[in-house]
Design a protein around this ligand. Structure first.
Ligand SMILES: Cc1cc2nc3c(=O)[nH]c(=O)nc-3n(C[C@H](O)[C@H](O)[C@H](O)COP(=O)(O)OP(=O)(O)OC[C@H]3O[C@@H](n4cnc5c(N)ncnc54)[C@H](O)[C@@H]3O)c2cc1C
Length: 328
């Protein structure tokens, strides 16, 4: 790891004043479960690391039935998973946190860090960047080991999948992400937070290099039923192969309104708007199967990841059934 300066501010204003204007110049450190690996592998070599863990304002979970849920960026995945109100009102979120299968990662990893973690693409993690090319200029993902890459939103040049398990749940629940910079707060819909980079100098989100992800606001659940369902290769430590988070307004046995979001299948969490329309007004497994079919109809698997299409359909169907049955 390259030597770096370590700063430990106690306010968000101090933290922002310590951040550089270019990505890579400085890095924010929260739980460190991703950043430290990136630094050890020389994938990130900042001159200064700004540790935000001492900023009390970024901690804590608050809830009121009128205002909804407020998650400080430093809330750990374990706190989120164990929170009684989150489990009752926003099961999709608690289930997504629980899906991170390592107790140690859940104890240290934070909500802000989960949303800002870098892609797990093995080319990216081996120093080839977002758009790995071979010596002859050929695309290493398209022509190579692409079994864990994107099946949607993969017209290029990026083929990695967004690694955050919390992101689909937050998007399904209509969360807003609040970012703090030198000009104060700005707010973005969770759905607008993630972007597909088009050049190596960009990041996978709209956060600027001199901003902090400060907090997340989730509107009151008001009877909305939600669930997350993940498909994994194994129960042990790993990211899902495909996942779905859903939020449903249910009227008796029929689904009045739905928000359906797939995870780990595209460079950004993937909202399935056409499938949401198909599901509206439906009840029973036939409608759910039809929605899952529609959600994946634009999928364009690469040479080795065709299997993910069916996994994503299954994740979506099971998340809808789980939510309709109460979300627990
Ligand atoms: C074995 C293993 C299995 C895992 N499985 C899963 C999984 O199934 N699903 C899943 O979603 N994740 C998984 N993870 C990833 C894990 O959830 C993240 O590493 C963790 O949440 C990151 O949080 P952190 O606080 O440690 O972030 P850090 O490592 O401190 O930071 C990560 C990145 O986010 C930036 N950052 C952190 N906080 C902020 C902030 N408030 N504002 C702006 N930028 C910020 C940092 O600069 C850095 O670039 C796994 C990790 C491991 C090691």
């Amino acid at each position: 790891m390259k030597a770096f300066e370590h700063a430990s501010p106690t306010t968000k204003e101090q933290a922002v004043s310590l951040l550089g204007n270019q990505w890579g110049e400085t890095e924010i450190l929260a739980g460190g479960t991703d950043l430290l690996s990136l630094m050890k592998e020389y994938l990130s070599s900042p001159k200064r690391v700004v540790n935000i863990k001492e900023i009390k304002e970024l901690q804590g979970i608050r809830y009121s039935p009128g205002a909804g849920l407020r998650l400080g960026a430093l809330v750990t995945l374990e706190e989120l998973m164990d929170h009684a109100t989150v489990k009752k009102e926003y099961p999709a979120l608690a289930q997504a946190a629980e899906g991170v299968r390592s107790q140690q990662i859940r104890n240290s990893g934070t909500v802000g860090g989960d949303l800002c973690q870098r892609p797990r693409c093995w080319y990216f993690r081996n120093g080839f960047g977002y758009f790995p090319k071979g010596e002859s200029g050929d695309d290493l993902v398209v022509n190579g080991e692409n079994q864990y890459h994107a099946i949607l939103g993969n017209s290029g040049p990026a083929y990695f999948v967004n690694p955050s398990s919390l992101a689909p749940a937050l998007i399904a629940l209509k969360a807003k992400i609040r970012l703090f910079g030198a000009q104060g707060w700005r707010e973005v819909e969770a759905e607008q937070f993630f972007v597909t980079p088009k050049s190596e100098g960009e990041r996978e989100y709209v956060l600027k290099p001199n901003e902090i992800l400060g907090e997340i606001l989730v509107p009151p659940a008001k009877g909305i039923k939600s669930a997350t369902y993940e498909v994994r290769q194994k129960e042990a430590l790993d990211w899902p192969l495909a996942a779905a988070a859903v939020a449903l307004k249910v009227n008796g046995t029929s689904i009045k309104e739905a928000r359906l979001v797939l995870g780990h299948v595209a460079p950004v969490p993937w909202r399935c708007q056409e499938a949401e329309t198909v599901l509206g007004g439906k009840s029973g497994e036939e409608g759910i199967a039809e929605a899952a079919q529609v959600a994946l109809k634009e999928a364009k698997p690469l040479s080795k990841n065709g299997y993910k299409v069916q996994l994503a359909r299954v994740a979506l169907k099971r998340a809808i059934l789980q939510a309709a049955q109460g979300g627990a």
